[in-house]
Design a binder for this molecule. Structure first.
Ligand code: DON
Length: 309
């Protein structure tokens, strides 16, 4: 049944009140030292409707570290250029393991389960490094274009902080190289990946940047096709099944939207045909997804009676 458009502003303001008891409760990512500086008291949320209307609440215009949310944009860029060839090097199944796990790679001969766990994202970065002179800049420019904002940038302090502590991701990359599934130098792939992960945006910017995936691959305000509708459908499916790691089943159960999270506390969720929603709160649950952000999205789909199901 098609229901009237919800009053998104009122919904966001209710959510802002409802999440209050959760703020300060999660764990701010500290394995990348620079991310420790974020406060788990922060909360922002923004909705970008495909008709151009925007709604926001709280810290929706504060920049935060996108981290793994950038994996979605890197994947979209690689998929738009390489098509189905990427699936020779990375799978499309949920991993059921933490995002930075090495264990499956041994059994599965260096082919990561999906492009959103770190191993899979490093393969995507490798594909982009082979294709572009400066793959990190290619991803940045792609995201600037999608957000319609040329000032979107890397946070070099975060990038360097991750580069200095990237032993685990380097181990994953060397392991895949041993299986022949990494074609470029490990150090170049890691440096590119760390810069990509350091990109900062606000919730308002992120919701706008993600809107093309809610509009079946087309940028809503220009009509430019980034991905054909079938490819956009496939990326939405991957977000639903793999975008929140080993919590993807629980996230789908609670929220019912395709989404991609990051350890900076951001989550981009899509309401296909209608809107993109970005939420940010740095306190994380055990799987590395924003605690208050997940709850906010759960309340969003409940209060609006909108989900993909
Ligand atoms: O590679 C890492 O560990 C980070 N740059 C990104 C991890 C991340 O955001 C996982 N998301 N929940």
């Amino acid at each position: 049944m098609i229901t009237a458009q919800p009053d998104y502003q009122q919904v966001l303001e209710s959510i802002q009140e409802e999440v209050r008891p959760l703020l300060g409760r999660g764990h701010v990512a500290d394995y990348i030292p620079e991310l420790r500086k974020a406060s788990s008291e922060r909360f922002g949320m923004a909705v970008y409707c495909l008709d151009g209307r925007t709604f926001s609440t709280g810290d929706a215009d504060v920049k935060f570290s996108l981290q793994s949310v950038t994996k979605l944009f890197a994947l979209a860029l690689a998929f738009s250029r390489e098509g189905d060839n990427i699936w020779k090097r990375v799978g499309r199944e949920p991993s059921g393991n933490p995002f930075n796990s090495l264990v499956q790679l041994e059994h599965e001969r260096g082919i990561p389960r999906n492009p959103f766990i770190n191993a899979g994202a490093l393969v995507i970065t490798d594909i982009l490094v082979s294709r572009f002179v400066q793959a990190d800049v290619a991803v940045l420019q792609f995201m600037r274009m999608l957000a319609d904002d040329p000032t979107i940038d890397f946070d070099m302090a975060v990038a360097q902080s991750e580069q200095k502590t990237a032993n685990r991701n380097s181990a994953i990359a060397y392991f895949m190289k041993n299986f022949g599934n990494l074609h470029n130098d490990v150090s170049e792939v890691i440096d590119t990946y760390c810069r990509q992960c350091s990109i900062t945006m606000t919730c308002s910017e992120l919701a706008k940047a993600g809107a093309f995936l809610a509009k079946h691959g087309t940028v809503p305000w220009t009509g430019q096709e980034i991905l054909d509708p079938s490819s956009a459908k496939r990326l939405n499916a991957l977000m639903l099944t793999c975008g929140t790691y080993d919590a993807a089943g629980d996230f789908a159960y609670r929220v019912g939207l395709p989404a991609k999270s990051g350890v900076g506390g951001g989550i981009l969720a899509l309401l296909p045909g209608e809107a993109a929603i970005a939420v940010w709160s740095p306190g994380l649950e055990a799987n590395g997804n924003s605690l208050a952000g997940t709850y906010a999205l759960e309340r969003f789909t409940t209060l609006t009676s909108r989900s993909i199901f």
